[in-house]
Design a binder for this molecule. Structure first.
Ligand code: NAD
Ligand code: UGA
Length: 483
């Protein structure tokens, strides 16, 4: 089918807008994709000739960008013009949890979505398909449609008409390109059958038709929230069981493997870790909680809220274990933190478990040396709301008189000298190959390795005699050796 569509605009050049449009541009060389954003620096970074300076890191993204950018994919700040010439507009802006007012702490802040809808209403021309790509509370499409329709009360509506569709994104960071190229499903919710068909024809260029699902618009919005809630629930479930493993002598990896063999349960998303992070799981569950509360479904709301409660408890639990194992005090003890992003293969730190855990350790007086292959020290400074130790020193602040610890960043892994402990928080591949027999020689004894991602080579660490704690491993060394 020939698509009577030539130009597509995506509002929001973030973790979703950027890679999603890049993949579409790659698969549809005959269509034009304009990605716009109010953040000029972000757009400049997307246009940087040096592809290692793109605003987000995703394996495979550079290659796709180099194939499409300035051919049929453009990153721009001219939002109004790009809206005016678009046949389809994807709304891919941020939808964080509200921090104040009605629904604060739970419901989504839709001010960016509303601003987009108003811009589309004002600047679009002719017939436009408006697609919700952002994750939104159920019935947001109604709000968008109302804002768009409000132009009809305006004398210069110039024959405008709109169809609103829901097409949530299911990519995971770190595997975004793989997920976009080979999605489990593409979900299109709406009422306007011809608009739904047009959108599906774009995906059908590379996604098998049986994977493209059509639903009503509310099911599509709710399916996205539910999908994230189910995934997060699995992680809270397995993390809660890891705590039981530690006190009973069971091993969470063995338990996961055993239950994952049940085809009804399946083996994916059963890795225990320091608690789920990322910009979406917590926000989307809280959104679901808010929705349930709004409709008076208190028990449903409580059920889903527990998933977040367990996650918070679990993150706190890890910092407490470190303190306890280091004789109850970590004041002025050097602790090496391996990994700060919320998962491997991304530079994103939003809601990373490392933030909570590092803050707790600093609060206890530890001196952290943080390594991450992709996260910048500037980002860590924002997340920890604290400057690096070297900068505090340069400002001549009286840092030695308080009991709070500090942190500094290291680009390389020559950081183990005089460390009391190493704590692995992100499963970066590099950390699997650390030569523990060399590392222990330079550490303070008794030395500890805490592995919250179960990626360290246990046999290698244990050979060195170093004390080892692994999340969910009830058999790991509970006695403190001289190492
Ligand atoms: P992001 O914060 O990385 O990007 C959003 C971008 O929108 C920002 O660059 C911001 O400047 C821009 N923006 C906001 N208002 C604008 C406006 N009026 N005009 C132009 N630009 C505007 O967010 P993200 O991670 O890409 O997430 C976007 C949405 O997608 C969210 O609803 C999220 O829940 C959902 N989602 C995210 C992921 C993910 O992996 N990050 C996956 C699936 C779905
Ligand atoms: C998640 C979903 O997987 C995507 O389908 C969804 O599109 C996206 O949220 C979204 O809506 O934003 P993402 O947060 O990028 O993707 O990454 P995940 O792989 O889901 O990991 C989330 C967190 O769970 C990470 O902190 C990760 O380390 C943790 N995790 C994941 C575990 O602790 N154990 C696991 O087995 C899997």
């Amino acid at each position: 089918m020939e698509i009577p569509i030539k130009t597509i605009c995506c509002i929001g050049a973030g973790y979703v807008g950027g890679p999603t449009m890049a993949m579409m541009a790659y698969k549809c060389p005959d269509l034009i994709f304009n990605v716009v954003d109010i953040n000029k620096e972000r757009i400049a970074a997307w246009n940087n000739d040096d592809l290692s300076k793109l605003p987000i890191f995703e394996p495979g993204l550079k290659e796709i960008i180099s194939n499409t950018r300035n051919k049929n994919l453009f990153f721009k700040t001219e939002i109004e013009e790009m809206i005016a010439c678009a046949d389809i507009i994807f709304i891919s802006v941020n939808t964080p949890t509200k921090t104040r007012g009605l629904g604060a702490g739970k419901s989504s802040d839709l001010k960016w979505v509303e601003a987009c809808a108003r811009q589309v209403a004002k600047f679009s021309e002719g017939q436009t398909i408006v697609v919700e790509k952002s994750t939104l509370p159920v019935r947001t499409a109604e709000v968008i449609q109302k804002i768009l329709d409000s132009v009809h009360s305006n004398s210069n509506s110039k024959g405008k008409s709109f169809s609103v569709l829901s097409n949530p994104e299911f990519l995971a960071e770190g595997t975004a390109i793989k997920d976009l190229e080979n999605p489990d499903r593409v979900l299109i919710g709406g009422e306007d059958k011809s608009a739904m068909l047009l959108l599906s024809e774009i995906y059908a260029r590379w996604v098998p038709k049986e994977k493209i699902l059509f639903t009503n618009i509310w099911s599509s919005e709710l399916a996205k929230l539910t999908s994230n809630a189910f995934l997060a629930q699995r992680i809270s479930s397995i993390n809660s069981i890891s705590a039981i493993c530690e006190v009973t002598g069971a091993n969470i990896k063995e338990v996961s493997r055993a239950i994952g063999k049940d085809s009804r349960i399946g083996s994916k998303f059963l890795d225990s870790g320091p608690g789920f992070g990322g910009s979406c799981f917590k926000k989307d569950i809280l959104n679901l909680v808010y929705l349930a509360e709004y409709f008076g479904l208190k028990e449903v709301a409580n059920f889903w809220e527990e998933v977040v409660t367990i996650n918070n408890w679990h993150q706190k639990r890890i910092a407490k274990i470190v303190v306890k194992k280091l004789f109850g005090t970590i004041s002025q003890k050097k602790i090496v933190i391996l990994g700060f992003s919320f998962k491997a293969n991304t530079n994103d730190t939003r809601e990373s478990a490392a933030i909570r855990i590092c803050k707790d350790l600093i609060e206890e007086g530890a001196e952290l040396v943080i390594h991450d292959p992709k996260v910048s020290p500037q980002q860590i400074e924002i997340d920890l709301q604290m400057k690096q130790f070297s900068e505090i020193k340069n400002e001549n602040t009286n840092y030695s008189n308080n009991n709070v610890g500090n942190w500094r960043f290291s680009k390389n892994l020559n950081i183990f000298d005089n460390a009391h402990a190493v704590l692995v928080l992100t499963e970066w591949e590099d950390y699997k190959y650390i030569k523990w027999d060399q590392v222990v020689k330079t550490m303070v004894r008794p030395a500890w390795v805490f592995d919250a991602r179960s990626i360290v080579n246990v046999a290698l660490v244990k050979q060195t005699g170093i004390n080892f704690w692994c999340l969910g491993d009830g058999s790991s060394n509970n006695e403190i050796s001289d190492f």
